[in-house]
Ligand binder design. Sequence first.
Ligand code: 9G3
Length: 575
Amino acid sequence: MRQSQLFMTTMREVPSEAEVSSHQWMLRGGYIRQTAAGVYSYLPLGRRVLRNIESIVRQEMDAAGAQEMLMPAIQPAELWRDSGRYDVYGAELIRLQDRHEREFVLGPTHEEVITSIVRQEISSYRKLPVNLYQIQSKYRDERRPRFGLLRGREFLMKDAYSFDGDWGGLDVAYRAMYQAYERIFKRCGLTFRAVEADAGAIGGQGETHEFMALAAIGEDTVVSCSRCTYAANLERAEAAAMDKAADRTDAIAGGSPASTTERVHTPGVKSMEELTRSLQVTSAQLIKTLIFRVDGRSYAVLVRGDREVNETKVKSYLQAEQAELAEAEEVTRITGASALFAGPVGLTIPILVDYEVAAMVHGITGGNEKDIHIRGVQPGVDFPLEFVSDYRNVIEGEPCPRCGEPIQFHRGIELGHVFKLGTKYSEAMNATYLDAEGEAKPLIMGCYGIGVSRVMAAIAEQSIIEDRLVWPISVAPFQVHIIPVATKDEVQLKLAEQIYGELRHAGLDPLLDDRDERAGVKFKDADLAGAPIRIIVGRGAAAGEVEWTGADGVKMNLTVAEAIERARAITCQER
Ligand code: 9G3
């Protein structure tokens, strides 16, 4: 392409709301423009990158036996009523009406639509298994869209859905998708990790993994072991099993020791630090009591004073859709005092007790009364140990649940998520097939997503080195950038045109900077276009020599023939 024709509007200064480098570069380089908060238009440079990522996704999905289709963004509300999800999602689900006032949603995902299609089309086990996918815009009305394409309200997703007649078939489909994802992200030039994840709102029966791009600005925390292959999203990462809790519970079952509680007056205590100081104890001796609202019901969750409650673990233990901390007045209504004085003794709501608390011989808790705490509280004696499980965030450095070595934390950007859904949607929506004995059985499903537009931003995050963006050759908007330096020098222009022609003849799509601009401007714009191969036609032109800069940033002088041959070799192996 001739750069004089390219619609590439660069920006010198970027808006302050562009906080992360990928967002800044995509604005400065004219890849995207914001149309509304979290809603973007892709200009030609951005569209080219997106299309290159899509083609890698398509090749690997097709190779894995999935078949591409396309579903509508507008979905009838009754499908979401069928699945029971219409009332579960709040403001994030964009709802609208048509001219006849019929209700619709803008699709945030397509389990309902695909299940409604397959229940009509597939009636016999002979038609199974099948894996259908699409690449299509999704809509989720994020409260705080940010970081450009990393968290948008409209974004491009590849979503695939597998249908099997048996659980073994689902395992096969899941593994095929897992391996396809490894190939996709590798071909995109990304550094990534697959981690055990939490099934979250989608629910489903079985394992689920997230594919995380490691990046400092990633919103997710990836927990990985320093020695074995264990890796998990912090939402899901298990605390190493504690047999002490079991011993403790047995000890109590053996006979109920007398209560040793002692009320302590703690007037005006405003924080945990003040409490530990005034009582001369450490936070590990405290039992932190948090009140949660889970699917509309109240629960108390107890973790040691120096730990944090993991909301996802609470939700997952209760198999709930929504869980959040109770509001202040709710806490006061339930406990009789503010959150600082909340404690388990005497509560009437269910109490979820973390393993570490259950293992405590005694601890200090709020007294469910203003300015009162209680010492010598014995788990199992002064409050029930009915729902003992792992409810806390693990801490960096504590033992790996698999091998005991210290765990490490990394920041990650979620690129993709694969789920074993099971029969959650097929049962809810009566999507069955007839098995070999003529019995109607619910289809067994898996679903597999990749945030295609988010992948573009993640690649940019990982490809900006020392204030230079160099796209991997497999996704670059242009793989080769030809730059004649002196725009008045006929020899340089002619040689640049010759290289341009030969590369195009070789099947490449190089960008030729044919503009009448100063060299400085050309190089600045070339940094924004991010081509991994740069061929500069300068003083060496008379001698038929060009300056070659490869993806590694190493410069070398080559003859035209060498440059053409090298560019061909690099590009054809990558696409
Ligand atoms: C909603 C809204 C937001 C959502 C969902 C539904 C996330 C929702 C989970 C998934 C699971 C998989 C198929 C491709 C891979 C991911 N956010 N999820 O179901 F109504 Cl507003 O989307 N879907």
